[in-house]
Write a protein of this length. Structure first.
Length: 171
């Protein structure tokens, strides 16, 4: 294959090699499976885990803590707001969404964490909770997971969802 100034052109498509001018790693965001794993504590605490999974794990922990320690609700909510701001700052810095995108990705992750923890709590209790209630909670969580996938596709690949779900995504 011919090499031209460090670029390899196997099919007429130029690829910049790492370290060359113009090269930058493509931003990434975790998919919904990884966010779910973070909520469960399986991702987000090891070196190399995506920062968003670390913050998603922390948000889920704060939602769990809020259910058992309501007296600390204000302090917990302050920490959640700080994590939401961290996520939004990371997205603005690393993903650089289009100017038309005005939604808070951090608030979206917080809502996702809250729904996951609520569903988790319903699975762990028998206090008059019906299967229908559990099903409704996990259906809601799965809808948010689908919306997360659409959000990632939009922010990373510029691919809007169809049909657009403007109620949650702000697209």
């Amino acid at each position: 294959m011919p090499r031209h100034g460090g670029a390899i052109e196997p099919t007429g498509i130029s690829a910049t090699l790492p370290g060359e001018v113009g090269s930058s790693p493509r931003p990434s965001m975790p998919d919904w499976h990884e966010v779910f794993a973070a909520f469960r504590g399986e991702l987000g605490h090891r070196p190399g885990d995506h920062l968003l999974t670390r913050w998603a794990q922390a948000l889920a922990q704060l939602h769990r803590l809020r259910t058992v320690d309501a007296a600390r609700g204000e302090a917990i909510d302050d920490r959640r707001r700080a994590l939401i701001e961290l996520i939004d700052g990371w997205v603005q810095t690393h993903v650089r969404p289009p100017a038309s995108f005005t939604e808070s990705v951090g608030a979206f992750v917080d809502e996702f964490a809250e729904a996951h923890v609520a569903g988790e709590r319903l699975l762990l209790t028998d206090d008059g909770v019906t299967d229908e209630t559990r099903h409704t909670a996990w259906t809601h969580t799965s809808e948010i997971a689908t919306d997360w996938g659409d959000l990632v596709d939009y922010l990373i690949h510029g691919q809007p969802c169809w049909p657009p779900r403007t109620d949650r995504l702000g697209l």
